[in-house]
Design a protein around this ligand. Structure first.
Ligand code: SDX
Length: 383
């Protein structure tokens, strides 16, 4: 301990952006950024994408193991029973300006959900699991309702017999998606569910670490996810594709963007120094949706940019690179891509919050002070 500064000497200077700093112990998920391996509670993301469902993944993240059949059925029933939004929250969403960013609307509505949950401050394992179930069920209903109401349409009631992915697409459009589209969307939710101490999950844990309630922790996480360096990148990738317009223009566009030192959305990652394993699946879905809709140019631009970015900068696509083009071809508006990320990531956020509550210590690091000291106080008329 450095007595003069009252700080452990070894951590007096921390790396920019806390790069490489281990800030929590967790069994929820792990990212091996060198080998490109992502696991949730020990299970490889590729196995989950191949065989699992979002509901099963939610159980896995919360309980640390795959559910037995009756446990999965019980979770499905609890999610279906928790979908109803308080009328007051729907009334609030009705009053949100139509041109509001859906991520801002979602953040505000999730914060308001706490008013109408009398057990919102119950941080026991059982109480927090119940809140996690409510939030996971209600987020998808909220996002679909926000979209319907801003278009001047009434929200569509969820159907309790549908899984969360199918229900979301159904509530959004008011019509059933094809089985294949619903399955692709379900796997997208599995792929986005958790990613270790990413910025929004870290935010959630910091808030939970003060023993604040789960609604507050999730509200903060939604704000963190909305930024373009994090979840907001998926919308920006699609905007970039629309701006480029055709594969022939990709190279010139990228050269200009790199020359003006722009960050190219959907590329790079703090942890992955190789391919993000999630992007392998999302690339397939982007291609498949393009072929199914007879609109392959978005995928062609993506592939052209990918080759060029690797050649020029040795950077790989991240999770936000391909997802938007698949959602776009499902008819989802651009500014709902990041709320959809939240519809999935709520499972990881809540798993981490549960873990934080179970073994809590306040998260309170130190800053390296770079300002002046011993500055004399000058009375206001003498400055
Ligand atoms: C997500 O952390 C998670 O796990 C997040 C996430 C999750 O599941 O929760 O995976 C989800 O947030 C994905 C990331 C989405 N964001 C983007 O796609 C935005 C574009 N990408 C970047 O701005 C950037 O790569 C970050 C924010 C993702 C990572 O930033 P870092 O680790 O701080 O890296 P950096 O900005 O310091 O870049 C290192 C170098 C720099 O070059 P040099 O100055 O060393 O020469 O790589 C370059 C950067 O200029 N670089 C890029 C780039 N990303 C990095 N150059 C151009 N375009 C890019 N996208």
């Amino acid at each position: 301990m450095d007595k003069a500064e009252n700080k452990p000497a070894a951590t007096a200077k921390s790396p920019a952006g806390l790069e490489g700093v281990v800030a929590a112990e967790s069994s929820v998920g792990d990212v091996d950024g060198i080998r490109g391996v992502l696991i949730y509670q020990g299970l490889n993301i590729h196995d989950l994408a191949e065989h699992s469902t979002f509901e099963e993944t939610v159980f896995l993240l919360w309980h640390g193991r795959l559910p037995k059949r009756e446990e999965l059925d019980a979770l499905r029933r609890e999610l279906a029973a928790s979908q109803g939004l308080p009328e007051e929250v729907l009334a609030l969403v009705r009053r949100i300006p139509r041109d509001a960013e859906p991520m801002d609307s979602l953040r505000t509505a999730v914060s308001a959900l706490a008013f109408y949950d009398p057990r919102s401050r119950d941080l026991s394992r059982e109480g927090a699991l119940r809140t996690a179930t409510r939030l996971t069920a209600q987020l998808s209903v909220l996002v679909a309702s926000i979209e319907r109401l801003r278009k001047g349409e009434e929200p569509v009631e969820p159907k309790p017999e549908l899984n969360l992915a199918t229900n979301f697409l159904y509530m959004l459009k008011g019509e059933m998606p094809s089985e294949r589209v619903a399955r692709i969307f379900d796997v997208c939710l599995v792929l986005h569910a958790d990613h270790e101490l990413n910025a929004s999950t870290f935010t959630a844990r910091v808030i939970a670490g003060t023993l604040a309630g789960m609604y507050g922790a999730v509200t903060g996480a939604i704000a963190a996810l909305s930024g373009p360096l994090h979840g907001g990148a998926n919308t920006n990738v699609m905007k970039m594709l629309l701006e480029i317009g055709s594969p022939e223009r990709a190279e010139e566009w990228l050269r200009d963007a790199l020359a003006s030192k722009k960050k190219i959305m959907g590329f790079g990652h703090r942890v992955y120094k190789t391919e993000d394993p999630r992007s392998v699946w999302l690339r397939r879905f982007s291609k498949e949706m393009g072929e199914a809709r007879g609109e392959t140019r978005w995928f062609e631009i993506l592939e052209r940019l990918r080759e060029l970015m690797f050649r020029e900068k040795k950077l790989y696509p991240n999770v936000d690179y391909y997802s938007g083009s698949a959602y776009y071809l499902m008819g989802v508006p651009l500014d709902l891509f990041t709320p959809i990320f939240a519809v999935s990531r709520i499972s990881g956020w809540t798993a981490h919050i549960l873990e934080q509550y179970a073994n809590n210590r306040l998260i309170r690091p130190r800053a390296e002070y770079t300002g002046a000291r011993d500055v004399p106080y000058v009375p206001i008329d003498e400055r």
